[in-house]
Design a protein around this ligand. Structure first.
Ligand code: PLP
Length: 396
C-alpha cells in the first residue's frame, strides 16, 4: 500500500534517538535548545520555541498575541481543524474567510471585504506548502490592528518571492508568529512535535513561560511577563504570574528532529521532483486540474507537503468515494484535504456557520483529492500512482 503521506526514518535518525536514550536527559535537556537553535537558523527567525505539537504552538500563539474571550480570529476554511480550534481554546470566536481559487489559500480581497472590527488575529495557512499571500494579508490585518499568525505546518523550510526578493517562511516580516508541525506525515518529523517561531522578543519570552505552566525563574528574562515579585532570591526560586500549560517536547523527540533537519534539503528536493512528475503526467487530462502557484517563480521555493488535484468526478460519472476505493484496490492511498472547517458539526452548532459561507472552499472540497507524496516513494511508486490515476481519469 502506498499511503498519502509517510515519515522517512534512516539509521542515523534511529542512532540519534538511541544516543538520547543513553544520555542523562529524556525530557528538557540540551537537545531541545540545540533543536531550537538549528531550526531558527534554518527558517531565518530570531526565536524558536519547541513544543509537544503544532496545535500547542498555535494555542501559545493565540495567548501571546493576547487573543481574549470574545475576540474574533479569522482563518482559512481550507485547513486542518487545529488552525481554528486554537482560537476557540483561547475563548475567541474562530471565523472563516474564503480562499483564492488559484492557490486555495486565504484570499486577501475576501479578508478586506469581510473585515470585522473585533478581529484580533488572522491565521494564514500555507496550504499544501504554498506560501499564502503574506504581504497582502498582513497589509489588511495590520491596517486594522490585528496580529498575523502564519500556520506553516505544511511549509517547513518553504520560501517565496516577493518584489524580486526571496523570503523564508518563518523569517519574513509579514507574520508576527509562525507555527510548524513535525507530525509524521509532515515534511520532517519528531513523532509528535511543533515549533513556534517569532522575531518578537516579548512574544518569545511569554511563549517559553507558558510552555511550562507559566513558571519563570529569577535567572530568566522577564520581558513582557508582568512583574515578578521575587520575594525570595536564589537559583531554586520560581514563580507563576500567568496560567500556562505543559506543552514541553522531549529530548528524545528533539534528537530525532536534529537528525531529520540534516535531511531537510533532500526531503524538499525529492518532494519537488515528485510534484514535477505528477504535474507533467496530469496536465493534459481534461478532468484534472493540477495544483497551481500564485507566483510561478515559487516553483523551486515551495516546500510541498500535499499534492492535491481537483478532479471532475461528475464528468467521469463516478463519485469521489468510488474513485478512492478503486485506487485503494490498486494499492494507492489518497486523502481528502480539507473538509471546510466551518462546516464541521461543532462549528455549525456553536457559531451557526452554514453552507455558502465560503463558496470557493466548498467547491474546492467537492473535487479535492490528495495523492501520495513523501520522499521515500520510489520512482516505481510514482509511476504506479500516475498509471492508476490516469486510467481512472480519462473519459471513455
Ligand atoms: C498538522 C497541522 C496542524 C497541527 O499539527 P499537530 O502537530 O498535529 O498538532 C495544524 N495546522 C495544519 C495546517 C496542519 O496541517
Amino acid at each position: 500500500m502506498i499511503p498519502y503521506g509517510k515519515q522517512s526514518i534512516d539509521e542515523a535518525d534511529i542512532q540519534a534517538v538511541v544516543d538520547a536514550l543513553r544520555s542523562d536527559f529524556l525530557t528538557t535537556g540540551p537537545r531541545v535548545a540545540e533543536f531550537e537553535r538549528r531550526f531558527s537558523e534554518a527558517v531565518g527567525a530570531k526565536h524558536a520555541i519547541a513544543v509537544c505539537n503544532a496545535t500547542a504552538a498555535l494555542h501559545l500563539a493565540m495567548l501571546v498575541a493576547e487573543v481574549r474571550p470574545g475576540d474574533r480570529v479569522v482563518t482559512s476554511p481550507n485547513t486542518f481543524l487545529a488552525s481554528a480550534n486554537a482560537a476557540a481554546f483561547a475563548g475567541a470566536v474562530p471565523d472563516f474567510v474564503d480562499i483564492d481559487p488559484v492557490s486555495y489559500n486565504l484570499c486577501p480581497d475576501a479578508l478586506r471585504q469581510n473585515w470585522k472590527d473585533d478581529t484580533k488575529a488572522v491565521v494564514a495557512v500555507d496550504y499544501a506548502g504554498q506560501a499564502a499571500d503574506m504581504p497582502a494579508l498582513a497589509a489588511v490585518a495590520r491596517t486594522n490592528g490585528a496580529v498575523v499568525i502564519e500556520d506553516a505546518c505544511h511549509a517547513v523550510a518553504g520560501q517565496f518571492q516577493h518584489e524580486e526578493k526571496t523570503w523564508k517562511i518563518g523569517g519574513h516580516p509579514w507574520a508576527d508568529l509562525t507555527t510548524f508541525s513535525f507530525h509524521p506525515v509532515k515534511t520532517m518529523t519528531t513523532g509528535e512535535g511543533g515549533m513556534l517561531v517569532t522575531n518578537n522578543d516579548q512574544y518569545a519570552a511569554r511563549a517559553r513561560a507558558l510552555r511550562t505552566h507559566g513558571m519563570v525563574r529569577s535567572s530568566e528574562n522577564f520581558d513582557g511577563l508582568g512583574d515578578p515579585s521575587f520575594e525570595e532570591r536564589g537559583p531554586w526560586y520560581y514563580e507563576m504570574q500567568h496560567l500556562g500549560y505543559n506543552y514541553r517536547i522531549t529530548d528524545l523527540q528533539c534528537a530525532l528532529g536534529l537528525s531529520q533537519i540534516e535531511r531537510l534539503e533532500a526531503f524538499l528536493s525529492r518532494r519537488r521532483s515528485i510534484v514535477a512528475e505528477y504535474n507533467a503526467a496530469f496536465s493534459d487530462i481534461q478532468t484534472i486540474q493540477t495544483p497551481r502557484l500564485r507566483n510561478p517563480a515559487d516553483a523551486s521555493l515551495t516546500s510541498w507537503h500535499l499534492y492535491t488535484l481537483q478532479i471532475d468526478f461528475d464528468a467521469l460519472t463516478t463519485t469521489r468515494t468510488e474513485f478512492m476505493r478503486r485506487l485503494h484496490e490498486q494499492g494507492v492511498g489518497t486523502q481528502v484535504l480539507y473538509i471546510p472547517v466551518h462546516l464541521q458539526p461543532w462549528y455549525r452548532k456553536m457559531f451557526d456557520y452554514r453552507v455558502g459561507k465560503c463558496p470557493v472552499a466548498e467547491r474546492f472540497y467537492q473535487r479535492a483529492l490528495s495523492l501520495p507524496l513523501y520522499p521515500a516513494m520510489s520512482d516505481q511508486d510514482v509511476q504506479h500512482v500516475i498509471g492508476c490515476v490516469t486510467r481512472l481519469s480519462v473519459v471513455a
